[in-house]
Each structure stands twice: as structure tokens, then as C-alpha cells.
Design a protein around this ligand. Structure first.
Ligand code: 6PG
Length: 465
């Protein structure tokens, strides 16, 4: 009797891979894993006891155990490991099989791989998967891109395993080529911006207002019941409450203030520059991770530029809530303008309402305000900036004074809030019909005869200054 073949294959049985494959088997599909590490295969067998799941180290055995057309997802670190898996599996694959890269791959790598595999008759999908280990296990947000025909092969499995909001799965076909990885990159850029803003408000509360962890825990917990309701606010509330097992205090206070990064935020900023899209809040979030890494230099500078007295902070929790809400909206707005520009530049044909919809659950940037964002883009897929949608105009008008007040206080007290300041600055520039950059044009013409245009007549002008 021939053995029943498996429905789904997964390469890379690390934390994400193991959780994702178990999620797949929870939904009635059988799944087979591949990993070089026998310990990871054993861990999968143990956790998957009683389920239709198994694993192997043998590539050929792995591929031949899958039912054609084979659906194989890779959850391995981005970069060279993805190429290595592709070349390892390729000899055993048949035309019509589907390879899915579920990692945070750089979007141009996805385009290159898709082209290479297309020549060989193998389908390729680059898919963002968000939600961390818990999301992978119980429902991530999934952002697949590539050929739509290829996506249909795996759609039933992805729809089953994805998070659900209002009974709708948080997965949808994003668009051709690397659209899926691009959307995930922007997701992460927004994630960087939101995390930076939250950390700044924490600094204002802690250093400025002198609040303790319990007060911050309670405040964030309360905020998570209101307009700021979101995954990041929820986990931040939990973080403040967590005791340290190695000392008497809270764990947060013992964590070194150097934030690492794996590249997606930086890629977002780099590509925004290429596209000519301003996303200063996300840029600042990347810069702050870099500045955070310069710990010893900061400690040295602190001795030189010691800040004595912080002035009186006349801020209440509701104002900080509004300041953060303003920052959240502006950060999403920046990310979405970049998505719209990329959609044009790379012909992704992105549906902004669909993206907002599948970000409502499962992913790291899920938040109550994504439903408003979905409605805004449903109303107009070509909305040029979220800040011009009726719903958001009102929210921005209501929260802007508090954002400005919090930023002003922090500036006067020497508390670094570069994310918040650049958010307010972006808003001020965005709503300035006339910016002072006429002077920059004059300077360019003065020193380099770079010419300028005029307000009162058509044409290109140059003056002898
Ligand atoms: C997610 C996360 C995930 C990863 C971040 C962390 O959506 O589940 O974004 O992909 O944890 O990319 O990125 P950094 O290491 O750069 O902070």
C-alpha cells in the first residue's frame, strides 16, 4: 500500500516554521517538514503528536512525500539561506510545483527568484507573514504576492490558517511579482514608527512625569480599551507589569537600551528615498535604533551635556493618548503613501482597502484604527494621503494640539522625541500651502545657476544674483 502523501511542506522548523506547520495541521491538512537539525524535527514530532505531521532531514524524501502540485513554504532567514533552499530542492521538483518564501525577503530578491523559477516551470510566491510565533501558531496575517494562478494553489490552506476578523481571513492576494514582500516591508516600516512613538511616550511618562511602571501599565491597559486599541499597546501594557526573575524590580528596567534591527525598517526608508516619498517618522525610528546602539558614546555625552531639571510637565494621560494617536495615524499615512507610490512604480496594482483589511488581525501593527483606514481606502483606492480622508481629518484635528503640546514639553525638557517631533513636522509641512523652499531654489540658482520656476508666470528662470 502506498503511503498517503502530505498536503503541505515546510522548510525551516525553527520557532516560526514549527508553529506555522502545526497551525496548518490544526486545519485538517497534513504537513511535512524539512530541517537539517534533528532536534527540531523531534520537537515537531513531540508537539505534533496525534496530528498528521512529520519531518525529515532528507530533501529528496521530503519532496517525494508531498502531493503534487507540491506546495512548499520556506521559513528560513532572508538572503542567502533562501537561495540555498531553492537550489537544494530544485533537482527534485516538477513543473507546476509551488515554492513560497514566507520570510522577510528583500523585494528585488523575490523578483529575481520568481524570474529564475519561472524559466524552470516552478511557481514562486513571496509572502509576508506577520504575527510572530504566536501568530504563526494561531493565526498570522499573510501577504502573498506573485502570480495569481500560483496563489490559488495554496489559497485554501492560507485562508484556513490566517487570523480571522469578522469571520474573514487576514490573507489576500496582494499583487504580481514581489508585491507581497513589499507590503510586508511597509508593514514593518510602520511597525518601527509605532514602536518608536510608544517608546518616546514611555520616556515622557517615566523621565518627564515620574510615573512608575504600575501607572504606565494601568494607563496603557486603559488605552487599549479605547481608540489606541492595538497589539503594540496591549503588549506594552503587559511589559510594564512583568517582574524580573533575576532582581527585585521590573524586567523592563533591567533591559539594555540598545535596539537591534534585521533590516526591514532600513529597507523601507532606503526605498522611500528611491521613490521620493517622505516618511520621516519611519526614518527617525530607524535612526533612533542606530543611535541607541551607540551606548558608550551616549553615556560619555550625557556626562558632558547633563540636563539639570526637566521643568514642570503639565501633561495628563489623555493628552499623551491623543499625542500617540496622532503619531499612529501619521505613521500609517506615511507608510500608505509609500505603498501607493510603489504600486505605480513597480506595477503592483495594490488594493489599499484589502491591505488595511488583512492588517486588522494577526499582524504586529493590527489596531482598531485599521478599520477606519479600510473604509477610507474603500471609499477611494487612489486617496493620496490618509490625512485627506474625512474620518481622519477629524481625528487629526482633535489630537494635533496634544501632540504638539507633548512634543513641546519634551523638547524643552531635553527628552528625545524625534519620532513625535518629525510626525508633527511632517504634518505641518504637509498642510503648508507655501513652504520656505523657494529660498532653497534661490540658493541653488545663486551658486549653481540651477534655475527656478516662478509663482506668477510659466517658464524656467535664472538670475544674476
Ligand atoms: C512580524 C514582525 C517580524 C519581525 C520583525 C522584527 O510582522 O511578525 O515584523 O517580521 O519580528 O521584522 O524586526 P526587527 O528585528 O528589524 O526589529
Amino acid at each position: 500500500m502506498t503511503k498517503e502523501k502530505y498536503d503541505f511542506g515546510l522548510v525551516g522548523l525553527g520557532v516560526m516554521g514549527r508553529n506555522f506547520i502545526l497551525n496548518v495541521t490544526d486545519h485538517g491538512f497534513s504537513a511535512y517538514g524539512l530541517d537539517n537539525d534533528q532536534a527540531k524535527i523531534s520537537a515537531l514530532r513531540e508537539e505534533g503528536e496525534g496530528k498528521q505531521v512529520d519531518g525529515t532531514k532528507d530533501k529528496q524524501e521530503f519532496v517525494s512525500a508531498l502531493r503534487p502540485p507540491r506546495k512548499i513554504m520556506m521559513l528560513v532567514p532572508s538572503g542567502a539561506p533562501v537561495d540555498a533552499v531553492i537550489s537544494d530542492l530544485l533537482p527534485y521538483l516538477d513543473k507546476g510545483d509551488l515554492l513560497i518564501d514566507g520570510g522577510n525577503s528583500f523585494f528585488t530578491d523575490t523578483d529575481r527568484r520568481a524570474e529564475y523559477l519561472q524559466d524552470k516551470g516552478i511557481y514562486f510566491i513571496g509572502s509576508g507573514v506577520s504575527g510572530g510565533a504566536k501568530g504563526a501558531r494561531f493565526g498570522p496575517s499573510i501577504m502573498p504576492g506573485g502570480s495569481e494562478e500560483a496563489y490559488k494553489i495554496v489559497a485554501p490552506i492560507f485562508e484556513a490558517v490566517a487570523a480571522k476578523v469578522d469571520n474573514e481571513p487576514c490573507v489576500a492576494y496582494m499583487g504580481p511579482k514581489s508585491a507581497g514582500n513589499y507590503v510586508k516591508m511597509i508593514h514593518n516600516g510602520i511597525e518601527y514608527g509605532l514602536m518608536q512613538l510608544i517608546s518616546e511616550i514611555y520616556d515622557v511618562m517615566h523621565r518627564g512625569l515620574g510615573w512608575d511602571n504600575d501607572q504606565m501599565h494601568q494607563t496603557f491597559h486603559q488605552w487599549n480599551q479605547g481608540k489606541l486599541k492595538s497589539f503594540l499597546i496591549e503588549i506594552t501594557a503587559e511589559i510594564f507589569a512583568k517582574s524580573d526573575e533575576l532582581s527585585d524590580g521590573r524586567l523592563l528596567d533591567m533591559i539594555l537600551d540598545k535596539a537591534k534591527q534585521k533590516g526591514t525598517g532600513k529597507w523601507t526608508s532606503q526605498n522611500a528615498m528611491d521613490l521620493g516619498v517622505p516618511i520621516p517618522t519611519i526614518d527617525m525610528a530607524v535612526s533612533m535604533r542606530e543611535l541607541s546602539a551607540q551606548k558608550s558614546l551616549r553615556v560619555k555625552a550625557e556626562k558632558t551635556y547633563r540636563q539639570d531639571g526637566r521643568g514642570k510637565a503639565n501633561l495628563i494621560a489623555e493628552e499623551l493618548e491623543d499625542a500617540l494617536y496622532f503619531g499612529f495615524i501619521v505613521t500609517y499615512a506615511q507608510g500608505m503613501t509609500q505603498l501607493a507610490a510603489a504600486s505605480k512604480e513597480y506595477s503592483y496594482q495594490l488594493n489599499m482597502a484589502t491591505i488595511s483589511k488583512i492588517w486588522r488581525g494577526g499582524c504586529i501593527i493590527r489596531a482598531a484604527l485599521l478599520e477606519d483606514m479600510r473604509l477610507a481606502f474603500q471609499n477611494d483606492n487612489n486617496l493620496q494621503n490618509l490625512l485627506l480622508d474625512e474620518r481622519f481629518i477629524q481625528k487629526i484635528k482633535a489630537s494635533e494640539p496634544a501632540a504638539r503640546k507633548a512634543a513641546l514639553y519634551a523638547l524643552s525638557a531635553g527628552i528625545p522625541v524625534v519620532g513625535l517631533v518629525s510626525t508633527v513636522g511632517y504634518f505641518d509641512a504637509f498642510r503648508s500651502g507655501r513652504l520656505p523652499l523657494n529660498l532653497i531654489q534661490a540658493q541653488r540658482d545663486h551658486f549653481g545657476s540651477h534655475t527656478y520656476e516662478r509663482l506668477d508666470r510659466e517658464g524656467i528662470f535664472h538670475s544674476e544674483w
